[in-house]
Design a binder for this molecule. Structure first.
Ligand SMILES: *[C@@H]1O[C@H](CO)[C@@H](O)[C@H](O)[C@H]1NC(C)=O
Ligand SMILES: *[C@@H]1O[C@H](CO)[C@@H](O)[C@H](O)[C@H]1NC(C)=O
Length: 153
């Protein structure tokens, strides 16, 4: 009985540590996201990969570029995710930060299953080219978000 009690307390302790670790990692992501100045990033990235506003508006409202061969615009998207810290220089994703940014961009939206949605979009990435990879991720996130919000395009 005592052994069982000890085991239970130990298990709860582990659970508490795990929950604390998850929320610590999320609050790190929240902090990182709070430092991101999106208008500034758009401006910086536009200096290297000049992309018309209309091209981006189309992308953000459809989840794909009007011209899927527009590699420069895909690199613009990569630049945004790179400068924000969502993707690192090895092409690895910061999944927690992507969750926070997906919830916030372009407006704070609460979508059911947003975390799973982000995990699926991250897991589906097979692209090795960095611009294609970032484009693939953000396309997936926008499409999923639009579908869940009830706008299908
Ligand atoms: C990028 O710069 C060009 C030329 O300066 C401008 O026309 C365009 O609107 C800018 N794009 C964005 C997304 O700000
Ligand atoms: C979301 O953001 C867009 C552009 O920033 C704005 O036009 C729109 O009104 C916002 N929607 C809501 C529901 O706040």
């Amino acid at each position: 009985m005592k052994a069982l009690l000890v085991a239970c307390v130990a298990a709860l302790g582990c659970l508490a540590v795990a929950v604390a670790a998850i929320s610590e990692s999320m609050s790190r992501a929240e902090e990182a996201a709070a430092k991101i100045d999106l208008p500034e990033l758009f401006e910086e990235c536009n200096e290297t990969f000049t992309t018309p506003k209309a091209t981006l508006n189309y992308f953000f409202s459809h989840g794909r570029l009007q011209n899927e061969n527009d590699y420069g615009s895909k690199c613009f998207i990569h630049c945004l995710t790179d400068r924000s810290g969502e993707i690192d220089s090895d092409g690895n994703f910061d999944v927690d930060l992507i969750k926070v940014m997906t919830r916030r961009f372009p407006n704070e939206t609460n979508i059911e299953g947003l975390n799973e949605m982000v995990e699926t979009c991250v897991a589906d990435r097979g692209e090795t080219d960095f611009c294609e990879r970032a484009y693939g991720l953000v396309s997936c996130l926008i499409k999923e978000k639009l579908t869940r919000l009830g706008h299908s395009h």
